[in-house]
Write a protein that binds this ligand. Structure first.
Ligand SMILES: [Zn+2]
Length: 395
């Protein structure tokens, strides 16, 4: 998922949102775990704590163990064995991962197809020696939870699981089936996600899906609801290689130009480049609504931008907030997005979606003037090479 400015707040209220509507009075964001007195609150916390404890990063083989643990919780909570599916999958490299699918059967009275609720059980790895606290131990401190996946996405996994169990325990019966689909390699190959809608389509078919790994609410210090965000598309990225070639020379015969300087010049131009500002109905509505609950200079810039997307002053303010500024070109009506090419033109992509713009730059200098005749003959010379990643974003 893409972090948002409200992410830390969302973590702080993980248990509150698991158990009750975000704006429920009396559920303070700073509650300590000891204050979770209701059984469903304790259960939600325990699931969250346990899920964080599995190192479900690629290479550690812990996703199937988490899936089995959760499956056990669902069965213990009254979900029939035939509605709880741990789906093993081997990914390239030979590692075993898994998905989990759970069906909450409705009475069918609505006549509607199921709703699919999705999250992912894996995390990006974290090295304990790089963290101030053990990333695979849930630590609650000063009203915040710390640990790998506390937000992305064991928060989603835990809240969905706890909510299903709470509703089941209360005897609630939905008017259509609800289906949980937890994938096991979202942060890497996403093959389990693909399998959920292909190989296992019979288990997951639904009218629509809601993704716990996107959007999200924000609350104030007293737990009052401020806003709830709904994600309409996913940011992704494109990678570009910059290669600069230069005849080079020998260090005893320095020349005024070389590949490093040329690349540096290109990067300076990249730094100065601003992608054109473009909007959609969804982005304008986002700024319009967010302006109502965002104070100060930012809130004012949002409002002005929603009123006039060409407002240069508002754009300048928004540029300072990377989480608000992204995607250099919208998927056009005719299809495809365009990005700049080295010759100053643009190139059309055939991929749908919104794009970050990232690139890798490589400078290479070949020195044909070499003490090695063989090298000189081959033209290979010596090479000097450096690389760096560059990334630019726009609205
Ligand atoms: Zn995620």
């Amino acid at each position: 998922m893409i972090p948002t400015r409200t992410a830390s707040v969302a973590v702080a209220v993980a248990l509150a949102t698991a158990a009750a509507p975000p704006a429920a009075p009396g559920l303070a964001a700073q509650d300590a775990s000891a204050d979770y007195t209701e059984p469903y609150q304790r259960q939600a916390f325990e699931i969250y704590r346990t899920a964080i404890g599995f190192r479900t990063a690629a290479g550690h083989g812990q996703v199937p163990a988490l899936a089995r643990y959760l499956a056990g919780e669902f069965r213990a909570g009254g979900f029939p064995t035939e509605d709880v599916h741990v789906l093993p999958q081997t990914v390239p490299g030979g590692e075993e991962t898994a998905s989990l699918v759970v069906r909450y059967r409705g009475d069918g009275s609505s006549g509607l197809d199921p709703i699919l609720l999705i999250a992912h059980m894996d995390v990006v790895d974290a090295l304990p020696e790089d963290w101030e606290r053990n990333p695979f131990t849930l630590i609650e401190e000063d009203g915040y939870f710390f640990g790998r996946g506390t937000l992305d996405d064991k928060f989603g996994v835990s809240t969905l699981t706890a909510t299903f169990l709470r509703l089941k325990a209360a005897g609630w019966v939905p008017t259509r089936d609800l289906v949980l689909g937890f994938s096991g390699d979202e942060e890497t190959g996403m093959l389990t996600t693909r399998a959920l809608v292909t190989t296992h389509r019979g288990l997951t078919d639904a009218e629509f899906a809601l993704n716990a790994d996107a959007g999200g609410g924000s609350v104030g210090p007293a737990g009052e609801g401020i806003a709830y965000h709904i994600q309409t598309s996913e940011k992704t990225y494109a990678t570009f290689d910059f290669t600069v070639r230069n005849p080079g020379g020998h260090s005893s015969m320095p020349r005024p130009d070389n590949a490093i300087y040329q690349l540096a010049e290109a990067l300076r131009r990249l730094e100065a480049f601003r992608f054109p500002v473009r909007t959609t109905e969804a982005t304008l509505r986002y700024f319009e609504e967010s302006a109502r609950v965002t104070g100060g200079e930012l809130g004012e810039a949002m409002r002005r931008f929603a009123d006039d997307p060409a407002d240069a002053g508002a754009i300048e303010v928004l540029w300072a907030y990377p989480e608000l500024v992204d995607t250099f070109e919208r998927w056009s009506q005719r299809g495809g997005v365009r990005w700049p090419t080295a010759d100053g033109g643009t190139r059309r992509s055939t991929r749908r979606g919104w794009w970050n713009w990232c690139g890798r730059a490589v400078a290479r200098t070949n020195w044909p003037v070499s003490s090695s005749p063989r090298r000189r003959r081959s033209g290979a010379g010596w090479s000097w090479r450096t690389g760096m990643r560059v990334c630019a974003r726009t609205i």
